[in-house]
Design a binder for this molecule. Structure first.
Ligand SMILES: Nc1ncnc2c1ncn2[C@@H]1O[C@H](COP(=O)(O)OP(=O)(O)OP(=O)(O)O)[C@@H](O)[C@H]1O
Ligand SMILES: [Mg+2]
Length: 248
């Protein structure tokens, strides 16, 4: 079954002389239960695609579906846990308070929420800091708290915009481990990343975007023999070939 579907989606920012088309006719399917890596250089359009998927911005054309729901039309956000590229919080709240607030608006019951919060904060090694104001958190702690918020209502689909960004090796290990567990539980994870070794470890399939153009999607072992001996090599080859204009 398809969890996320993009059909011919394009997006332009700005107007007049400042008009810039940043996504060209993207069609992509992410299946239920797969961990899907979304790759591309800086400015390729990954966060734009994710914002379109969350209905924060609207496409020029095309449509996006999450399960049976059409983005912009149906109510689908309860299916989704989202980690933004730069998580922002009410800095004077504590981690427990923000988890409580987030779980409550997702409809969790009091005792369920308490248990979930404890489990998740422990898992992400934030339990010792749960009563600290978030303003006192380091960058990596905020990143892990962002993921904790995406997990609290135990949704089916996770949209994570660079989940490993700003993390130390232990933080990366923790997040990789959480994603692997989600995969084992049959959840769908769609995430962008620049850390190709993590992508290789986690993903069933990937897509590569460059300057808003969808260059490749498929299983990692489908690109390896053809474009390079490992994912990093293959990724560089695909992007450089496109930049030289050989892919049209
Ligand atoms: N609000 C905006 N207004 C105008 N242009 C924007 C806006 N947001 C993004 N862009 C432009 O759209 C293009 C794609 O940006 P986007 O943030 O989607 O890239 P990305 O693939 O997520 O990059 P990164 O890896 O650096 O996070 C870039 O050229 C960027 O400058
Ligand atoms: Mg981005």
């Amino acid at each position: 079954m398809t969890a996320i579907q993009f059909n011919n989606v394009s997006k332009t920012y700005g107007q007049g002389l400042k008009k810039q088309k940043v996504l060209h006719d993207l069609s992509l399917s992410i299946m239920t239960g797969e961990v899907f890596g979304f790759l591309g250089p800086n400015g390729a359009g990954k966060s734009t695609t994710i914002k379109l998927l969350l209905n924060f911005i609207r496409p020029d054309q095309g449509d996006i579906h999450v399960k049976q729901c059409r983005v912009g039309k149906d109510n689908y956000l309860h299916h989704i846990g989202y980690l933004p590229e730069t998580p922002c919080f009410y800095e004077n709240l504590t981690a427990s308070e923000i988890m409580y607030f987030s779980g409550k608006i997702s409809g969790l019951k009091q005792d369920q929420l308490k248990e979930q919060t404890q489990d998740i904060l422990k898992r992400l090694k934030l339990d010792h800091a749960q009563s600290w104001q978030i303003g006192t958190y380091s960058k990596g702690m905020k990143q892990r708290l962002g993921l904790a918020l995406a997990l609290v209502h135990d949704p089916e689909i996770y949209i994570l915009d660079e989940p490993m960004s700003g993390l130390d090796p232990m933080g990366r290990y923790l997040i990789t481990d959480v994603i692997l567990e989600l995969k084992q539980r049959g959840k769908t994870v769609f995430f962008s990343s620049h850390i190709l070794s993590d992508v290789e470890k986690l993903c069933n399939r990937i897509a590569i975007l460059n300057k808003g153009k969808h260059l490749f999607s498929g299983a990692i072992d489908e690109i390896l023999p053809q474009y390079g001996s490992n994912l990093e090599h293959a990724f560089m080859n695909i992007i450089q070939t496109d930049d030289r204009g050989k892919n049209g």
